[in-house]
Design a protein around this ligand. Sequence first.
Ligand SMILES: [Zn+2]
Length: 289
Amino acid sequence: MLLALVATLLGLLVGSFLNVVIYRLPVMMDRAWRRECAALLAAPGDASPEAEPFNLVRPRSACPACRTPIKARHNVPVLGWLWLRGRCAACSVPISARYPVVEAITGLLSGYLVWHFGYTPEAVAALGLTWALVALTVIDLDHQLLPDSITLPLLWAGLLFHLLFGPHPEGSPFAPSLADGVIGAMAGYLSLWLVYQGFRLVTGKEGMGYGDFKLFAALLAWLGYQMFLPILLLSAVTGALTGISLLLLGRHGRQEPIPFGPFLAAAGFVALVWGEPLLDAVPFLRVFG
Ligand SMILES: [Zn+2]
């Protein structure tokens, strides 16, 4: 119980860092693309203008409106935002509630995982996986993008985890063996790639992005091909229901794409925590298990 509390506090801090990743990583990617394009188009001998450094640590967090750096005590997860009543201390511009929300969700999920898995290597791995999923979910919601710089290392980390700590015992949420993870990664990528190509042939539209294939591959690298059907069905059904409700509520244009990453990530989390009971409850999900 104490450990779960510690994990919650750690999760709040990590959530604060995830906010930085969520905000800055897409900007960093955009800048990198622009630099590459400029370099390609530049005439030989042109000097490239060096911009201010912008990465996950620099510059310091500042108010987007008035550029005043954020004081350490206002940077405390959730409390800092409440203390400021959601406004910048210098210029009173509202600060989005989603910063404390991401922190609180990361904190609660972290506490729950440690309470669920106890003091085990599984808990540590589950924390890492879940933190990556939180960042991917929010970035995909914001930008319709699942950065390779998160999905690909996540996939390799899963396989490395099995290599170092596998085979995992009965009752572990992770792929029983390294081979199960490798097969899972291939099945995850290929299945969605096939759906994507089929959908494109029939409708001429792109229903998903390559990031979705990589995320599914990463999830199954961690959890094993045994979780192929549970994650696929859960994400497809919740995604479709959400899409239909948004359409019916008139909250979403028919042409506006809905990111699939958040549904994959959520289904992956469910499979991580409740995968085994789910397989027991719905036997046909075990076709591949
Ligand atoms: Zn300000």
